[in-house]
Design a protein around this ligand. Structure first.
Ligand code: PEP
Ligand code: MN
Length: 363
C-alpha cells in the first residue's frame, strides 16, 4: 500500500501524535470549554468528539449529529486544534466533509460491516482527507485489513489504524482485550501504516489508561487517542474511562519514549553483538526442529506398520506436562511453552497422518 507518512499529513509538531477530547460532544459549551482547557497542553494536536454515538441500547444518548459538527468547526476556528469525529455511514461522511472536519475515524462497530465501510469509501473517492480505522469489535485482522483496503481503493493515502482492543467473552481487567499481537501483525503486514492506540476503550477504566499508553509506545505505535472530559464522572457516555485534562498531561509527560533506531554508536555495537548471538541460537533451534522431525517421521513409519493412530492423547498429555515443567524450571512462562508445544505437536501429528495416507494410497 502506498501511504502518506503521518508527518506529512499536517504539521503535528510533537511526537507521539495525541488526539484528545470527550467521548461525546454533549453541548457547544462543553465542547469549547474542553478544547480550550486541552489547548494549554502542547502535546495535544487533534481534538476529538463524537457527533454520532453507536450505543448498545437505544435509550442511551446517541449524539447530537450535525449541530455537534458545527461545535467542532468552532473549535477549529477558536483554537489551534485540528478536529476529528466518527463517521458510520455515507450521510455522516458527507456532513463531516461539508462542515470542514479535518480527520475522520471509522468506529469499531462500523469496521465489522463491509457494506458500511464501502459506502463511506465511495463518498470519499477523490477527497484528500485522513481516515483512521478502528479495529473491528471482534479479533479479526482480515476485517481490519479489508476496511483499510476499501479506503485505500477509494484513493485515501492518509490512512491510519486505531487499536481499541477486542471484545471477548472472557472476563478480564480490560473492557476490550488489547491482544497486542494483532496490531503488531498489522504493522508487520503494512509497515508504513501509522497505528494509534486508544487506551480509553481498551481499559474502560481511567486508572489503567497510563499503563496502556506506555505499552503502546513500547511497541512503537505512532500516537494516542485518549478520551478526555472536564468532569468525567458526569460524562454522557463512557464516564469511567475518561480522564481529566490534568490527568492526560501527567500521563503524557510521564511516558518513557524509546526509539526504534538511532541509539549511540556504543549501543549499536552491543546490539549487533547480541543479535549475532540470537541468530546463532535460532539456527540451533531450527536444526533441532529438523532433527526432531526426522525422528517423528521414523515413529510415523513404526506406527503405520503397527496400525497405531498418529495422535495418541495420553502421549500428548504427558509430553505437554513434562515440557511445561521443564520450561518452568528454566524460568519460561507456562502459556508460552504450552503454545509452542501445541504447534510442534500438531505439526508432528500432521506429518504422521500424511505418512499413514501415503501408505493407504500405495496399497
Ligand atoms: C469512540 O471513540 O467514542 C468510540 C465509539 O469508539 P469505538 O468505535 O472504539 O467503540
Ligand atoms: Mn467512547
Amino acid at each position: 500500500m502506498d501511504l502518506t507518512p503521518l508527518v506529512d499529513w499536517f504539521d503535528f509538531g510533537t511526537k507521539p501524535l495525541v488526539i484528545a477530547g470527550p467521548c461525546s460532544a454533549e453541548s457547544e459549551e462543553q465542547v469549547l470549554a474542553t478544547a480550550k482547557e486541552l489547548e494549554k497542553n502542547n502535546q495535544v494536536s487533534v481534538f476529538r468528539a463524537g457527533a454520532w454515538k453507536p450505543r448498545t441500547r437505544p435509550y442511551a444518548f446517541e449524539g447530537h449529529g450535525e449541530p455537534a459538527l458545527k461545535w467542532l468547526a468552532l473549535v477549529k476556528k477558536e483554537t489551534r486544534f485540528l478536529v476529528t469525529t466518527e463517521v458510520a455511514n455515507a450521510e455522516h461522511t458527507e456532513l463531516a466533509l461539508k462542515n470542514g472536519i479535518d480527520i475522520l475515524w471509522i468506529g469499531a462497530r462500523t469496521t465489522v460491516s463491509p457494506f458500511a465501510v464501502q459506502e463511506i469509501a465511495d463518498v470519499l473517492k477523490g477527497v484528500d482527507i485522513p481516515v483512521l480505522i478502528k479495529n473491528p469489535i471482534n479479533a479479526d485482522l482480515a476485517l481490519w485489513l479489508g476496511a483499510l483496503e476499501r479506503l485505500h481503493g477509494a484513493g485515501i493515502k492518509k490512512l491510519g489504524a486505531i487499536h481499541r482492543g477486542f471484545s471477548t467473552a472472557e472476563k478480564s481487567k480490560w473492557r476490550n482485550n488489547p491482544m497486542w499481537s494483532i496490531p503488531i501483525e498489522l504493522k508487520r503486514r503494512l509497515p508504513n501504516l501509522p497505528i494509534i492506540c486508544d487506551p480509553s476503550h481498551i481499559t474502560g477504566n481511567r486508572n489503567l489508561v497510563g499503563e496502556v499508553c506506555q505499552k503502546s509506545m513500547d511497541i512503537g505505535m505512532d500516537g494516542l487517542m485518549v478520551e478526555t472530559h472536564l468532569t468525567p464522572d458526569q460524562a454522557w457516555s463512557d464516564a469511567s474511562q475518561q480522564v481529566t485534562p490534568d490527568m492526560l498531561k501527567n500521563i503524557i509527560s510521564s511516558l518513557h519514549l524509546r526509539t526504534q533506531d538511532g541509539g549511540t554508536a556504543d549501543f549499536e555495537v552491543r546490539l549487533s553483538g547480541l543479535r549475532r548471538q540470537i541468530d546463532a541460537i535460532d539456527k540451533e533451534i531450527l536444526e533441532s526442529l529438523k532433527m526432531r522431525m526426522e525422528i517423528v517421521k521414523e515413529i510415523g513409519i513404526e506406527k503405520k506398520n503397527n496400525n497405531i493412530t498418529p495422535l495418541q492423547l495420553s502421549r500428548m498429555d504427558s509430553l505437554m506436562k513434562e515440557r511445561v515443567q521443564l520450561g518452568k524450571s528454566y524460568g519460561l512462562k507456562e502459556k508460552y511453552i504450552e503454545e509452542l508445544y501445541n504447534l510442534i505437536h500438531t505439526e508432528s501429528v500432521k506429518v504422521q497422518t500424511q505418512i499413514m495416507n501415503d501408505f493407504e494410497n500405495d496399497v
